[in-house]
Design a protein around this ligand. Structure first.
Ligand SMILES: *[C@@H]1O[C@H](CO)[C@@H](O)[C@H](O)[C@H]1NC(C)=O
Ligand SMILES: *[C@@H]1O[C@H](CO)[C@@H](O)[C@H](O)[C@H]1NC(C)=O
Ligand SMILES: *[C@@H]1O[C@H](CO)[C@@H](O)[C@H](O)[C@H]1NC(C)=O
Ligand SMILES: *[C@@H]1O[C@H](CO)[C@@H](O)[C@H](O)[C@H]1NC(C)=O
Length: 166
């Protein structure tokens, strides 16, 4: 029981960290968004845009604490959203293994991250999240990707990064 809860919390932690990654986007590569280490993979920036996205480190040990910071500009009121988070490990140069592939309620994340309930009004929000790297991850190189969809299935945000777990 205790272990299960701990596992779920750790899993959620990492998801939150990357969720943040989910944010949205700077597609203009010459625009000074300051998204160090993060790639914007969103199709559009009409819903939201991330600035100054960073992790304290992209090389981590299991059990390490990690801090994710970002400035999120929300452009359209968010009433509902699904966050799809995946974390995929490059295994021995010949296959990818998906360790995490989960969907979460975006509005719950906003409660945790900025203590606000949906609907989230347009504006700039500073996101600061701390989490711990779960022990279940194998050492190696990972792609972490977060995508957010609205009720119509439109992609609102997408962020990805690469991490190394030592
Ligand atoms: C990003 O960070 C810089 C330096 O701290 C700050 O001046 C700028 O306002 C930030 N951008 C946004 C959109 O908050
Ligand atoms: C995998 O590929 C990288 C470069 O493509 C190489 O440096 C590394 O040694 C390879 N690892 C294995 C286990 O083959
Ligand atoms: C693993 O995933 C990455 C990123 O999606 C992709 O570029 C790469 O080709 C994949 N490798 C294999 C062996 O499927
Ligand atoms: C993030 O929050 C922690 C406390 O949880 C604080 O120590 C840290 O300074 C904050 N970082 C930023 C950039 O706001």
């Amino acid at each position: 029981m205790g272990r299960l809860v701990e596992y779920i919390l750790l899993l959620l932690s990492v998801v939150l960290v990357v969720s943040t990654l989910t944010g949205s986007t700077n597609n203009y590569y010459n625009e000074p968004t300051g998204n160090e280490g993060f790639t914007d993979c969103s199709l559009t920036k009409k819903f939201a845009q991330f600035f100054n996205v960073s992790l304290t480190s992209y090389t981590l040990k299991r059990g390490d604490s990690i801090h994710w910071n970002a400035d999120l500009q929300i452009k359209r009121t968010i009433k509902w959203g699904i966050l799809h988070f995946t974390m995929t490990h490059k295994f021995k140069n010949y296959t990818n293994i998906t360790f995490l592939d989960d969907k979460f309620n975006l509005c719950d994340f906003f409660v945790d991250l900025i203590n606000k309930h949906c609907p989230i009004q347009p504006g700039m929000y500073h996101l600061n999240y701390s989490a711990q790297i779960p022990n279940l991850l194998w050492p190696g190189r990972y792609y972490a990707k977060g995508t957010v969809y609205n009720k119509k299935g439109e992609e609102m945000m997408c962020q990805m990064t690469e991490l190394t777990i030592k």
